[in-house]
Design a protein. Structure first.
Length: 191
């Protein structure tokens, strides 16, 4: 086994990024890399990945309950109705990331979701690569930060009016929502 996989106290081999924190382990074991096609959940993930830009995912994961509270469960119709007064309130809420651009992007992204001709699920999953398009990663060097698909998804989302959806952020979203499966070879979650 490479250093990309670590066996925990419970005897399960996991991707090493999840090994040293209970919240990360739970996220890895129960959520990360599993196919997510629910449009509300995809909108939430898109927004949270945008908030994560420049930060560690654990920072967002630990604040996710507060994000869900202040952004109305990430229901796009409710978020789209948020006003500048709501933005001002959120800029003073220490439970979330207080970044004006990211808060405003979450609201404008809700409006972009509502303006789509089709579903967010169809749009995003339309850029998922074929499952057998590359071998399972065995080392950190096997995991790209950006792919042709994440770049194309980013471009299309931007064309549709979405913000904080760069190619690296979209690749992280693709990993998290099971559009790609980057569980390392040897991880118990590897398909």
């Amino acid at each position: 086994m490479s250093d990309a996989v670590i066996t925990g106290d419970d005897g399960l081999a996991r991707c090493s990024w999840s090994a040293n924190d209970a919240d990360y382990r739970r996220y890895h074991d129960e959520e990360w890399g599993r196919e997510q096609r629910d449009p509300r959940a995809l909108y939430e993930k898109l927004c949270l990945e945008g908030f994560q830009a420049g930060l560690s995912w654990i920072t967002i994961l630990r604040r996710r309950p507060a994000f869900r509270e202040v952004f109305h469960g990430f229901e796009p119709a409710a978020v789209a109705e948020m006003t500048e007064a709501d933005v001002q309130t959120l800029l003073h809420d220490a439970r979330i990331i207080r970044h004006r651009g990211k808060i405003e992007a979450t609201i404008s992204n809700a409006k972009a979701v509502l303006a789509l001709d089709g579903s967010l699920t169809d749009l995003m999953w339309g850029f998922a690569p074929a499952r057998d398009s590359r071998p399972r990663p065995q080392a950190w060097s096997d995991v790209p930060a950006v792919t042709l698909e994440s770049t194309a998804l980013s471009k299309e989302l931007r064309r549709q009016g979405f913000r904080f959806v760069g190619p690296t952020t979209m690749y992280a979203l693709m990993q998290a929502t099971g559009m790609v499966d980057d569980h390392f070879e040897g991880c118990f979650r590897a398909a």
